[in-house]
Design a protein around this ligand. Structure first.
Ligand code: HXC
Ligand code: NAP
Length: 317
């Protein structure tokens, strides 16, 4: 039961795919995926599209998302709109969401996957370096969630077919009351802050704040029919994250061997968990953090001797 589905290392679509969930699970839904042009975000877009979803993929580099959108549409037959947007810039986020709504008329799912990271000890981290990661991961997640809430999720619609004789058993609200569109948000986080991972104070703090934001928004927006959850991947093969944080391949392989499932995860495994959280299968799940790491955070090395390989102070504070 712990055998991984096949995956490929680079940012290309899977050569073949066997559905484990029903292929119509996200039929005619629209997902807005930040960071959807590469790595985990790209695979989430592909798996969603293979389940009937249309996607918007947004990041800073227009060439990157444009090329990704072509590959995704060709492999799945679904529509994919590439947009250039920096999650740190609210006006750009508003413009991108407007464009997406113009193209599709709705957005059902938001995946906050954009992030920045690198290894650096706290003592060598400049003020701006810490702020940059907080801005992309935490503030960016708030910006995009807030804009989507304002522009679509909370906007009212009349129920399609109100019952003739209303009673709470037929419909949770009287038919003359506008219902919110509602929506689903999945924040891609990490377990770095759980044990205070060495060289990761910036990303660990940013992702922990995102997990807190997940719970706050789940509480405040639940009555608006919006579910908000976090998905925290572990070390995932074929990603920029692993290339930046994993160190030499040999050491990664040794480190994952001591984790409970004794291997790296792959992007499709993360995407399947995102699919579950975004779909009606998780209709009663909100405010949760789903850890998708093969148990790695429980046992992963957190070796302070790694600090010795880095400078002890930053020249740029
Ligand atoms: C120390 C660094 C640094 C490094 C940048 N900075 N790289 N400090 N070590 N390796 C500092 C810079 O000197 C600068 O501070 C500040 O950070 C901002 O740098 P910019 O290059 O101006 O920022 P920007 O262009 O906005 O780029 C953001 C970035 C970049 C995060 C620095 O690497 C990026 O765009 N990354 C996106 C892709 C990415 O990181 N993917 C991996 C996600 S994986 P000063 O003081 O000099 O101005 C992930 C995994 C989590 O999140 C868990 C895995 C297990
Ligand atoms: P990745 O390919 O580098 O993904 C990050 C994406 O974010 C890129 O597509 C990047 O595109 C986009 N991005 C960065 N800054 C942005 C900004 N300011 N505005 C808009 N988009 C921005 O890395 P990944 O490893 O697949 O990581 C994906 C997610 O999984 C991240 O949230 C990461 O923290 C999380 N995660 C990864 C791992 C892992 O093992 N890889 C483990 C735990 C958590 P542009 O450069 O075009 O902007």
């Amino acid at each position: 039961m712990a055998q991984p589905p096949p995956d490929v290392e680079d940012d290309s679509c899977l050569p073949e795919y066997r559905h484990l969930f029903h292929p119509d699970l996200l039929r005619d839904k629209v997902a807005f995926i930040t960071g959807g042009g590469s790595g985990i975000g790209f695979r989430i877009a592909e798996i969603f599209m293979r389940h009937g979803c249309h996607t918007v993929i947004a990041s800073r580099s227009l060439p990157r998302v444009s090329m990704a959108a072509k590959k995704l549409a060709a492999a799945t037959g679904q529509r994919c709109l590439p947009l250039s947007m920096d999650v740190r810039a609210p006006p750009a986020v508003m413009a991108a969401v407007d464009q997406a709504l113009k193209e599709f008329g709705k957005i059902d799912i938001l995946i906050n996957c954009a992030a920045g990271n690198f290894l650096c000890p706290a003592s060598a981290l400049s003020f701006n370096a810490f702020k940059t990661v907080m801005d992309i991961d935490t503030v960016g997640t708030f910006n995009v969630s807030r804009v989507l809430y304002e522009k679509f999720f909370r906007v009212g619609v009349l129920p399609a077919e109100p019952p003739v004789f209303w009673s709470p058993a037929h419909c949770p609200r009287p038919p003359h009351v506008l219902q919110d569109h509602g929506g689903v948000i999945v924040n891609i986080t990490a377990t770095l802050g759980n044990r205070g991972q060495v060289l990761q104070v910036h990303a660990g703090s940013a992702k922990a704040a995102m997990d807190a934001m997940t719970r706050h928004l789940a509480v405040e927006w639940g009555p608006r029919n919006i579910r908000v959850n976090s998905l925290a991947p572990g070390p995932i093969s074929g990603t920029e994250g692993l290339r930046r944080l994993g160190g030499p391949q040999a050491s990664v392989n040794t480190e994952v061997l001591v984790s409970p499932l004794q291997r790296l995860g792959n992007k499709t495994e993360v995407a399947h968990s995102a699919l579950y959280l975004a779909s009606p299968l998780a209709s009663y799940v909100t405010g949760a953090v789903l850890v998708v790491d093969g148990g790695a955070w429980l046992t992963f090395p957190n070796d302070v001797r790694r600090l010795a390989n880095f400078g002890s102070f930053s020249a740029k504070l």
